[in-house]
Design a protein around this ligand. Structure first.
Ligand code: DQA
Length: 144
């Protein structure tokens, strides 16, 4: 299948990037990260759209409404708690990559548990915002 339409989903508190715990998450704002991804998607000839929510229910509703071919998702804190977002992804059968800006394995123990990793195509953690770009480039290569 040709992958053309990609949705990037950002979970709770990622709207605060740029001011939030820069030691873990860097200085870029979410808009700046999305902007870099938009430009990269243009180069790769992919359509990309972005969604951020602090609400678990809204993320579930968004996933249920998607017509995308692929999802890049940073579920943020919901990574470690959300059966409903996991179930929405499983139900929609849209392949996805799980991205974390920080290295969740070098932090508190509870961050080592993910409700998503076993059903993801892959997981990128600790590469900062570059992780999103790496995921996007991987997706583009699937078309070759
Ligand atoms: C995060 C890691 C999560 O543990 C945390 O709750 C986040 C961001 C990351 O991108 O590193 O909000 O997903």
């Amino acid at each position: 299948m040709k992958i053309k339409n990609i949705t990037v989903i950002h979970g709770p508190n990622l709207n605060l990037l740029g001011q939030r715990e820069p030691d873990h998450y860097g200085n870029q704002t979410l808009d700046e990260i999305d902007d870099v991804l938009s430009k990269e998607a243009d180069k790769l000839n992919l359509n990309i759209s972005f969604y951020q929510s602090n609400s678990e229910a809204e993320i579930v509703n968004k996933i249920q409404s998607l017509k995308s071919d692929f999802i890049i998702i940073n579920p943020a804190a919901f990574t470690h708690s959300s059966v409903s977002i996991r179930d929405a992804l499983a139900a929609m059968k849209i392949p996805f990559i799980e991205v974390h800006i920080s290295n969740v394995f070098s932090r508190e123990d509870f961050r080592k548990e993910s409700f998503f990793s076993d059903i993801a195509i892959g997981v990128i953690s600790g590469l900062g915002s570059e992780g999103y770009c790496a995921a996007l480039n991987y997706v583009a290569k699937l078309n070759k």
